[in-house]
Design a protein around this ligand. Sequence first.
Ligand SMILES: *Cc1c(COP(=O)(O)O)cnc(C)c1O
Length: 233
Amino acid sequence: MVTYPEFERRAQEVLSRIRAACAACGRDPASVRLLPVTKTHPVDAALFAHRLGLAAVGENRVQEAAAKRPLAPPDLRWELIGHLQSNKAKLAVATFDRVQSVDRADLAARLGRLAAEAGKVLPVLLQVNAGDDPAKFGCDLADAPALLDAALAQPGLRVEGLMAIAPLSDDPDVARRTFDALRGCRDRLAASSGRALPELSMGMSGDLEAAVAAGSTCLRVGSALFGERPSVA
Ligand SMILES: *Cc1c(COP(=O)(O)O)cnc(C)c1O
């Protein structure tokens, strides 16, 4: 885990990469949000992000976030970016301000019911396997319309857009194609549903430039901010 000054230096570097990527394609940097990914790091990573003025952090495990959240300032928002098992849906609704990883209709129904029972409307993104990667979660591109219908049927959910993870590859074209595919999927869903679906969560430490060029509005960045994650045994 890095020190705060080191984190601050890395954050300035990431922010300048984002500004350069926006300049290269004529986008307003204010249209792209940096979501620091604090998974596997101590709660200090989330405290650093808050101290720098970032509004939210991303975590990929429900229990880990539930343990850290009480130790962080109450105005810091928490987003789930990892796969959600149905049996953790209740804790997820209690823990997160937004769930980016809704990837199947039965999960959408469950989250919607649990949110409604808790008297809230849970913002969500639909995770789409836009890179057609067998190693990744997310619904198939072809199933995205049905997943959107299932989520829109839930008054307890507010569908804000889509999320994707590019397949691991040395070829930068793979990420580019994945991001273009997610954006195309969003454009088709928005046209057919009449919903704007403005949020496109795509791009990480290694591929954020390609994601900005394809229209990302939320970059989920971990290692470029906090260093390499401790390897999980
Ligand atoms: C870990 C993770 C990230 C951050 O990845 P880095 O390469 O460390 O920036 C982004 N998105 C998801 C879904 C992740 O699990």
